[in-house]
Design a protein around this ligand. Structure first.
Ligand code: COA
Length: 158
């Protein structure tokens, strides 16, 4: 039997529930993101952020990961209709993974809310396109990072 290895073709993204083994990869994705921006100051060291990804988190929140080629390419975390995080590793962006994760969360809730940094143009565009609207009265100008956040909401159509 010949096994053909096709290089450069990635496997289809698969969404699944996160396990304890995925948590370091999730922490790395968000830590790398913070370090990659030129507008978001790092307020907590990498180790402190990694320390937030405890096994208990898996009980408290819906933690989803997207696996591509056996690697964690993205994760999302939500509870009670609030999306705490949605982060896609850089080389997996613009391939529909963010939309796929949101669709999975939308299927579980009637309404989703999240905060987004005002300076995060790309994410704001993305949420806008995915049906979220800004709630102006829930803007927060006093964040720990010194960058205002906006609250955005999606509601299932009646
Ligand atoms: C914002 C973010 C979550 C979006 O996720 P994503 O997987 O890149 O999103 P999608 O691929 O679904 O959509 C992004 C773009 O790719 C395009 N796209 C989607 N599928 C595509 C495909 N198969 N081929 C080409 N383009 C595609 C979409 O049209 C969209 O374009 P637009 O932004 O000009 O409208 C992601 O960029 C990210 O993780 N950013 C860094 C972290 C971050 O800011 N998180 C949010 C914190 S609030």
């Amino acid at each position: 039997m010949t096994i053909e290895v096709v290089q450069g073709v990635m496997s289809e993204p698969v969404i699944r529930q996160a396990t304890v083994a995925d948590l370091p990869a999730c922490a790395q994705i968000i830590n790398d993101y913070i370090d990659s921006t030129d507008w978001l100051p790092r307020t907590k060291p990498r180790a402190e952020i990694a320390g937030l990804f405890t096994p208990e988190l898996l009980d408290k929140r819906t933690m989803l990961v997207v696996e591509v080629d056996r690697e964690v390419a993205a994760y999302a975390s939500a509870a009670d209709g609030f999306v705490y995080a949605i982060y896609i590793a850089p080389r997996h962006r613009n391939a529909g993974i963010g939309a796929k994760l949101l669709d999975e969360l939308k299927s579980r809730y009637q309404q989703l809310e999240l905060t987004v940094f005002e300076l995060n143009d790309r994410a704001r565009r993305f949420y806008d396109r995915e049906g979220f609207s800004e709630i102006p009265e829930r803007r927060d100008d006093n964040t720990e990072e010194g960058v205002p956040t906006l609250l955005m909401r999606w509601r299932r159509a009646a």
